[in-house]
Design a protein around this ligand. Structure first.
Ligand code: RRO
Length: 318
């Protein structure tokens, strides 16, 4: 099965990427993962100023799920420009790199875009509008007007592919997806982690220093798949599926639900080579199924609605 596919004028050698926050800026994983075998990766979210992050413990395992409250720890814009992007330019050849951006105001995103747009080494941005761990700050993704404002301003500042990462706890994801599309997004990444917590019954304290965090791992998968299917019905944007992908079967579910690309996140912590393995297994599975190209399965379980224009034209007699 041919794994290569093209979106936004970018060729991906396969549809499997590493998710933001799980692979640093590539360099951190280069000794343990064959990055060159992947479709791409998304960097850790970058903020204008460096962030030290939230109090420890920042990560806890609870049964099959993980809860994190890293709190956007990252070296900040200047160090990313001076150190992280040069490493990517020198070492990454085949994987397509997206830079994840985060901020507390629309202006933060615009500052990041203006500073990074002239830089080389990456194909697009992923606007992280859905971090659940920026204390005191409601994620932009849960406010449709804020989504419109940030995405429209971002669109005006970049010619690169513009992905928008949305939240699993959005009460009207279809509307948020439509707003992002109308404001000029090129694609949607679905989904970020789900707000959650856990308690140690002996110490009677939360397992996470910040008191709560974002839940990920296999239990998030159902929410991610539903978001992908709903966004496919609501927009015509290419979709990137993420949430609970550990096995080939999980990636396949996202692809048939409508994701053109998938991202592996939490599973990489337990087994850094999970994404590489899924690439190999996907090729083998397709061969056995007699499928010529991965394109054949994208969205095959969730038909897109017919374009409304033809019906409206017929009704009005225009
Ligand atoms: O840094 C984090 O705590 C974090 C971020 Br920015 C995010 O988008 N999602 C998440 O689960 N953790």
């Amino acid at each position: 099965m041919k794994l290569e596919l093209e979106r936004w004028g970018i060729t991906f050698q396969n549809p499997v990427l590493l998710a933001a926050g799980t692979c640093g800026f590539g360099q951190e994983l280069a000794d343990v993962v064959d990055l060159e075998s992947l479709g791409g990766f998304v960097t850790k979210s970058v903020t204008v100023e460096p962030r030290h992050g939230n109090p420890a413990p920042r990560v806890a395992e609870i049964g099959p799920s993980m809860i994190n409250s890293v709190g956007l720890a990252n070296p900040g814009l200047e160090k990313v420009k001076a150190e992280k992007l040069p490493w990517i330019r020198a070492h990454v050849r085949r994987p397509r790199v997206f830079v994840s951006l985060a901020g507390r105001s629309a202006e933060d995103y615009f500052t990041l875009l203006e500073a990074l747009e002239p830089e080389a080494g990456f194909v697009g941005f992923e606007l992280n509008l859905s971090c659940p761990n920026d204390r005191g700050h409601r994620p932009f993704a849960l406010d449709p007007d804020a989504v419109s404002q940030v995405v429209a301003g971002a669109r005006a500042r970049t010619r690169r592919a513009l992905l928008v990462k949305l939240a699993p706890n959005d009460p009207d994801l279809a509307e948020t997806a439509r707003r992002a599309e109308a404001a000029g997004a090129d694609g949607l990444t679905l989904v970020n982690t789900l707000p959650g917590t856990g308690f140690d019954p002996v110490t009677r304290r939360p397992v996470i220093g910040a008191g709560q965090g974002g839940l990920s791992g296999p239990p998030l998968r159902g929410a991610g798949l539903l978001a992908v299917a709903n966004a496919r019905r609501a927009t015509r944007l290419p979709l990137v599926g993420v949430g609970g992908i550990t096995h080939l079967e999980d990636a396949l579910q996202y692809l048939v639900a409508g994701a053109s690309l998938v991202q592996v996140g939490t599973a990489s912590f337990a087994e850094p080579r999970t994404a590489e393995r899924i690439v190999r297994e996907l090729a083998r599975w397709g061969r056995r199924q007699g499928i010529a190209s991965v394109e054949e399965i994208v969205g095959s379980a969730v038909p897109r609605p017919e374009p409304v224009r033809a019906a409206a034209t017929a009704a009005t007699g225009d």
